[in-house]
Design a protein around this ligand. Sequence first.
Ligand code: RET
Length: 263
Amino acid sequence: MTQNEAFEFIHDDTLLATSLWANIALAGLAILLFVYMGRSIEDPRAQLIWVATLLVPLVSISSYVGLTSGLTVGFLEMPAGHALAGEGEIFSPWGRYLTWTFSTPMILAALGLLAGTNRAKLATAITMDVGMCITGLAAALTTGSYLLRWVFYGISCAFFVAVLYVLLVEWPADAAAAGTSEIFGTLKVLTVVLWLGYPILWALGSEGFAVLDVALTSWGYSGLDIFAKYVFAFLLLRWVAANERVIGQTSTTERTGASPADD
Ligand code: RET
């Protein structure tokens, strides 16, 4: 199928098209709002959190323009065993899974910095997260074997468990030491609950058991994205802009804490 045909396929289906355009509009608004909200942040660590947060809607708008234009979607024949096997070529918005590789590490970087964590834990969370996204992409694109689609799904879930562990066990303790427990706690719950929705939706959607059709699956992701990206980022940024000094102190504590000269 040509890109032009893909573009027409998307725009012939109002529900599908609006699920994509709604996010382009919201990401655009979020970018303007976040630039405005961060305009007077001066502490370098708070600025880093701000940049990571701003990258979330920036990646998102690029991702959704890719999907809407037909550039990052494909049409795949599902293997025997899949609910849609033999039904012709099935719409696959693989660009979503690809761009999560860039957006979700930004979310984790912002959260990790907020918790005042160290580089080892930050690197662990981010690399495991990238593993999750890439193997999720592989699951969506595998058409040779139905079983292997789910094997990739399982591998992706294993990476996800590592991310959840850092979020639920390691970073709450770091945030307590950094004095950012309250906001971290709120954002942690929001993140964990919403992120769990993605693998559930994948399993129920057209890539998995196909209980939901293509347009509903797409709206599912778009809805999760609205909360996991824009609402999440807004709450984080509002707090950072108002509590820059707490973040500044976090970096000082970490530096002194890590210095061997202290012992
Ligand atoms: C997949 C399918 C394979 C198993 C797992 C998944 C998890 C995806 C997640 C995505 C989060 C995306 C966000 C995007 C915002 O930009 C790939 C669906 C575990 C957790 C928050």
